[in-house]
Write a protein that binds this ligand. Structure first.
Ligand SMILES: [Fe+2]
Length: 153
């Protein structure tokens, strides 16, 4: 493992978490109509989660001798709830790729960091699955004798 490569990959994940703070907050401001009752708080909770993840990453990057980035990745905006959710799903998938790249860069010399990343990755996967359900990309279907999960598209 090269520590520099790991720091670079962690900074990649950091950019997506910074985007998450801004993008989810913006979605919470922009969501209107009856959906606002539920989704304003949903988006704000997600923004807080992204902030927490960014803080973990910032602390870890400094612990490894690096400097955390202050540059977010691309921020997507919309005024339509369905489109917001699709934009957030895309962001979560990009963040997942960045965390996986960091995990690959980690190797076996720094197992505590590797285990920490694995916990993060498990957390991120839950976000992806929830957004897949919210956008109906993942849903249960009923076959003759049982309910099965399928991915659409
Ligand atoms: Fe995250």
């Amino acid at each position: 493992m090269s520590t520099n490569e790991l720091i670079d990959q962690l900074n990649g994940a950091m950019s997506f978490e910074l985007t998450g703070v801004i993008q989810y907050s913006q979605h919470s401001y922009l969501v209107t109509g009856p959906d606002r009752e539920v989704f304003r708080d949903f988006f704000r909770d997600q923004a807080e989660e992204a902030h927490k993840h960014a803080q973990f990453l910032g602390d870890k990057i400094v612990a490894l001798g690096g400097v955390p980035t202050v540059e977010p990745a691309m921020i997507r905006q919309s005024i339509e709830l369905k489109e917001m959710l699709l934009q957030d799903l895309e962001l979560e998938r990009e963040a997942m790729s960045a965390y996986m790249a960091a995990w690959k860069a980690c190797g076996d010399e720094d197992l505590p960091t590797k285990f920490w990343l694995e916990a993060q990755i498990a957390d991120e996967q839950v976000h992806i699955e929830e957004l897949e359900k919210l956008t109906s990309e993942r849903k249960a279907t009923i076959s003759s004798d049982k309910i099965v999960l399928r991915e659409v598209g």
